[in-house]
Design a protein. Structure first.
Length: 743
């Protein structure tokens, strides 16, 4: 459809049909006996709808059923509505589409520990292909918030504690998804989870990933966060949505609300007296679409008739909605899955991707020489609440996570097949005697987390009992099993009911009595390997000192158990490095590497991770002086694998100025065979060293800093002083966000 045809269609549409395109609906409200009901559609969406919201994650339906439902809905739109505008179907997609039976890769915080954006790019392409099999063309992902506070439950959904790192991974996700013909949503705009809203910091750190998403990623949609910015709810902030997004950056795509966020303007923030006023405030600030259903935007028709909102403003948002639908091919009939028969959302090639991702996401934090395990039949005790639980594999915004936590319906470890640590060890070590006992629960009766599942109308708290079938738990039996074994592997950490949306924690130690259990096991005189699952950086230093080895597994996805077993046995060499700082104690929080000495004292700093081999750095070549009039500069150096095993080294490049925090400015993951030596060249635009001031002016000023080539934020291998000289140079806006790495 040509642009003038879209505008002609808008001119012909009744006001009610226009408004209907600016909010969504859910399939649960349109179904009867597992099928789409035309009568319910006539009642709920008589004028059509803009979106079908979270069509797969809140229902226990397989891919074939979902595809049929979307086909039936599109048929209803085509036969029963006046303008016949197809529905745009969306879903969560951070670790794969949140649908029953779909491939689940590691949670984003784990994926960032791979330091391999290309891996996220390929996973996003896989996710888009799965989406489109069911007629879904739009993802509410990626989350691009910079994570600096371990107490925040949603930190697991992001790519770590550094804006440069978040930018690199977000770009990879957006490009991968959109190159497969699906639309991505950059969220949560902006600063969700970060208390510091000082303008210069906000513009140079918090906004950087979003600016890159708009200018370089060409992201199709932006979602404001639930939080407020400088006293105004983000969903009602003209400064964020109009001044920065529309005017400064020239963003032309959709601005969509988070679920219930428009109503929150009135219900939570009390910045509006009525839901109608809340809808008007959001629209005037720049929001185009209200998710999920219409709490507020249906009142916009009344506001137009009252003269409160000009119909031209409705048309403006409608144009963006229809333009995206047109760009995705919906007007050409690409509105639903064409395949019939079984739809496989987890074929072997997808599982192979999940396994590779999980191997690279795991971080080895300690190894006294016990790993890799010697391949000799032994007796192993697997102990801990995360040893054989699908909760240890899955973060929030998976199908199971959403179905259970928000809707209180029981999930399954078979949709797709979830390989736990216990099962992975049995798969990889069939001749070993492997016994399991939980030992303790995740939490005690007195442990609390904040929040209430927003989708649960019954108001269940975030401490609701998990629905997974859990075997009897016996502390004494666990200790006895440990005593009778040659080796103890303890699987501890969090689950979806302790970490994720609505699950903030004030205490980031291992929850419940888990640390006490590990301590007692360590006292048995047997080697103990600690495996930590979860979505946040927890304070494990004290107990880690007593263990022979420590692995941080995060939420490693469907193949996590096999991946961990591969690393433990040496089939895979660990390569992950932290993208957050693990606090030594709860009192350290919040802690992140830009704090300098305060963060550097922590045992497991940003960028840290061990391997089964060793690497040597040499030969740094760098210009000592650069003029502000130049466009870029290059550095080069060598990295050699000096060990006996093939492995991957993650090289980090930091700029450490005379005044101000150290800053990650580049990184590269190198796969090296034993004795292989690789030259690395990094080309930096000088724009990457320019700054926005509080008024939004962008300039490059003379400065001096130390450029550090490092194995972690505290392990600097090569460094040199560099000066940018000359007169200050005013620049238009930032257009270069990542260096070019040449191998």
């Amino acid at each position: 459809m040509a642009d003038d045809q879209i505008r002609e269609l808008i001119a012909q549409m009744p006001l009610e049909e226009k408004i209907a395109q600016l909010y969504g609906t859910r399939i649960q409200d349109l179904m009867e006996n597992g099928k789409i009901s035309v009568e319910k559609c006539r009642k709920v969406i008589p004028h059509g709808a803009g979106h079908v919201c979270q069509f797969a994650s809140g229902v226990d339906l397989d891919a074939e059923q979902l595809a049929e439902i979307i086909r039936d809905l599109q048929e209803y739109i085509n036969t029963e509505t006046e303008s016949k505008i197809p529905l745009l179907v969306h879903e969560e997609a951070i670790t794969g589409i949140a649908a029953k039976g779909a491939t689940v890769t590691p949670q984003m915080i784990g994926m960032s520990c791979s330091w391999e954006p290309k891996l996220v790019y390929e996973n996003a392409r896989m996710t888009a292909r799965n989406m489109k099999k069911m007629g879904c063309d739009y993802a509410l992902s990626p989350m691009m918030d910079v994570i600096t506070d371990a107490r925040w439950g949603r930190g697991e959904e992001g790519y770590g504690a550094d804006a440069h790192l978040v930018t690199a991974f977000s770009q990879a996700f957006i490009h991968g998804l959109q190159e497969e013909g699906a639309a991505a949503t950059a969220k949560h705009f902006a600063g969700y989870g970060i208390e510091n809203q000082e303008t210069a910091f906000f513009r140079n750190e918090v906004l950087q990933p979003f600016e890159a998403a708009v200018k370089a990623g060409k992201v199709k949609a932006i979602m404001p966060g639930y939080h407020s910015f400088q006293g105004t709810p983000c969903t009602a902030s003209p400064f964020l949505l109009t001044e920065i997004l529309r005017k400064e950056w020239g963003f032309e795509g959709l601005i969509v609300s988070d679920y219930g966020a428009v109503a929150n303007i009135q219900r939570y923030y009390h910045d509006a007296d009525t839901l109608k006023e809340a809808g008007v405030a959001a629209l005037e600030a720049g929001v185009d679409v209200e998710f999920p259903s219409g709490d507020c935007f249906p009142y916009l028709a009344e506001a137009v008739r009252e003269g409160r909102v000009p119909e031209e403003r409705i048309d403006q948002s409608l144009y963006r909605v229809l333009s995206l639908k047109n760009e995705l091919g919906l007007f050409e009939g690409r509105t639903a899955a064409k395949e019939t028969g079984r739809l496989d959302l987890d074929p072997p090639e997808n599982r192979a991707r999940a396994l590779d991702s999980a191997r690279k996401a795991v971080v080895l934090l300690k190894n006294d020489g016990i790993l890799p395990l010697q391949i000799t039949p032994r007796r192993i005790a697997v102990i801990g609440p995360n040893g054989d639980s699908y909760y240890s594999m899955l973060g929030d915004y998976t199908w199971v996570g959403i179905l259970e936590f928000f809707y209180r319906q029981k999930g399954s470890r078979k949709d797709p097949e979830i390989v736990t640590l216990l099962q992975g060890l049995k798969n990889r070590l069939p001749d070993w005697d492997i016994q399991y006992e939980r030992g303790c629960d995740w939490v005690t009766a007195t442990d609390r987390v904040t929040g209430t599942p927003m989708g649960d109308a019954r108001g269940e708290t975030a401490n609701s009992a998990p629905l997974e079938d859990i075997p009897d738990t016996n502390w004494n039996r666990a200790v006895q099993l440990g005593q009778e074994s040659d080796l103890i592997i303890t699987a501890v950490g969090e689950n979806r009911y302790i970490c994720g949306e609505c699950c903030d924690r004030a205490d980031v130690n291992l929850p419940g009595d888990q640390e006490k259990l590990v301590e007692e096991l360590c006292g048995l005189g047997k080697p103990v390997i600690l495996v930590v699952f979860g979505g946040r950086p927890m304070a494990i230093t004290r107990i880690a000192e007593k263990c022979a080895a420590v692995l941080y597994a995060w939420y490693p996805g469907e193949e996590g158990g096999n991946a961990l077993a591969d690393i433990l046995t040496g089939r895979a060499v660990p390569s992950g490095k932290l993208t957050v700082t693990l606090p030594d104690t709860n009192e350290d929080v919040p802690v992140f590497y830009q704090q300098g000495e305060r963060a550097e004292k922590c045992r497991y700093p940003f960028g840290f991770g061990l391997s089964y081999t060793e690497f040597e750095y040499s030969g740094l070549e760098i210009p000592r002086e650069i003029h502000t009039g130049e466009e870029d500069f290059a550095i080069s150096f060598y990295v050699e694998n000096i060990g006996s095993k093939a492995g991957a080294e993650i090289v980090q490049i930091y700029a450490s100025p005379e005044a101000g925090p150290k800053k990650l400015v580049g990184f590269v993951r190198l796969e090296l065979s034993p004795r292989q030596k690789q030259q690395v060249k990094a080309v930096f635009s000088l724009e990457e060293f320019a700054k926005y001031d509080e008024k939004g002016n962008f300039s490059l000023c003379p400065q001096a800093f130390q450029l550090q080539v490092a194995a972690s934020s505290t392990d600097v291998r090569l460094c040199a002083e560099i000066k940018i000289t000359g007169e200050p140079r005013n620049l238009p806006q930032k257009t270069h966000f990542l260096p070019r790495m040449v191998l």
